[in-house]
Design a protein around this ligand. Structure first.
Ligand code: 13P
Ligand code: SF4
Length: 301
């Protein structure tokens, strides 16, 4: 089948199935291009919650599809590749979190959206990289447990007087962007501004001009007067930044900073998902009902 035929079939089936295709900003370019909507984790949760479609084809990783399933329990949520997981989300289990809470009684738990539904069910409120500070500030307590990303927790700590006790998790893609990568790109592109994701290490954050979620990078790129920008996050977003802003040159802070999980989905797998209605992501009701509270409290903020 040619790429054109694959795209035509996707076009026909998405209508027949009344499906909406959502894609995270790290997806391969061709998947972002056919999506009804591309965005960051917060934007995608909102789209999933508001979607009128019967079927949501979620081009992202497993926790994102789970979040969509929790918010839209009557819809069919499909993840085109079931192996597209998030190693950071797997760094804490619900059992780990229960034991940790026992160690720090009375502290509310903020969970990054990059967690399993079971962990969300054990948490008080969810956050994403674009609203983590707002979420933390919205909580009355002075001490907060934050799971699983220690780098995002450290970034939020810089901007709040609250004490944040962080789980020792991290994203392998962002944690492998080093200060040396930023310094090298600054040397190669001395006029460029440096934008990094808050999942990056503190020493990388120290060297950045701006710290932005992927959604905020998209907005900032439309508004910036810069002609060159170094991007410190998963390199898939550069496809969208270049497409929307032909007058700006974007350079990855680290070459080949790819999340292998995000790259598991391609056009053929999207077609397979629509043809065979696979792979359905369902969350048991007793977990979904508890996890939904944490996500909805975040969405309200
Ligand atoms: P955002 O798109 O919310 O910035 O999150 C990045 C991420 O790592 C998702 O897996
Ligand atoms: Fe998880 Fe990092 Fe990949 Fe995002 S980029 S899905 S946080 S491993």
């Amino acid at each position: 089948m040619t790429k054109r035929e694959v795209m035509e079939r996707i076009g026909r089936l998405r209508k027949e199935r009344q499906a909406v295709i959502l894609a995270h900003n790290y997806q391969v370019g061709e998947v972002q291009d056919i999506a009804d909507f591309s965005g960051d984790s917060l934007e995608l949760s909102r789209k999933a919650a508001a979607a009128e479609a019967e079927v949501i084809v979620f081009c992202g990783v497993h926790f994102m599809a789970e979040t969509a399933a929790i918010l839209s329990p009557r819809k069919t949520v499909l993840l085109p590749d079931l192996d597209a997981g998030c190693p950071m989300a797997d760094m804490i289990t619900a059992e780990d979190l229960r034991k940790w809470k026992d160690k720090y009684p009375g502290r509310p738990v903020v969970c990054y959206v990059n967690t399993t539904a079971e962990v969300k069910a054990e948490s008080d409120i969810c956050c994403t990289s674009s609203n983590a500070l707002k979420v933390v500030e919205s909580i009355k307590a002075d001490e907060i447990l934050f799971v699983p990303d220690k780098n995002l927790a450290a970034y939020v700590s810089r901007h709040t007087p609250k004490k944040i006790i962080a789980w020792d998790g991290y994203c392998f893609v962002h944690n492998q962007i080093y200060a040396s990568h930023i310094l090298e790109k600054r040397r190669l592109h001395p006029r460029a501004e440096v934008w990094v994701h808050p999942e990056c290490r503190p020493e990388v954050i120290d060297l950045a001009d701006k710290v932005l979620s992927t959604g905020k990078m998209v907005v900032e790129a439309r508004e910036t007067a810069q002609k060159e920008v170094v991007i410190g996050t998963e390199a898939g977003i550069i496809h969208r930044l270049e497409k929307e802003n032909p007058g700006v040159a974007f350079f990855p802070a680290k070459d080949m900073a790819f999340c292998s999980n995000m790259k598991k989905i391609n056009l053929l797998k999207v077609l397979g998902a629509l043809e065979s209605m696979v792979f359905k992501v369902e969350v048991p009701r007793h977990i979904a009902d508890r996890a939904r509270g944490a996500i909805e409290r975040m969405i309200k903020i």
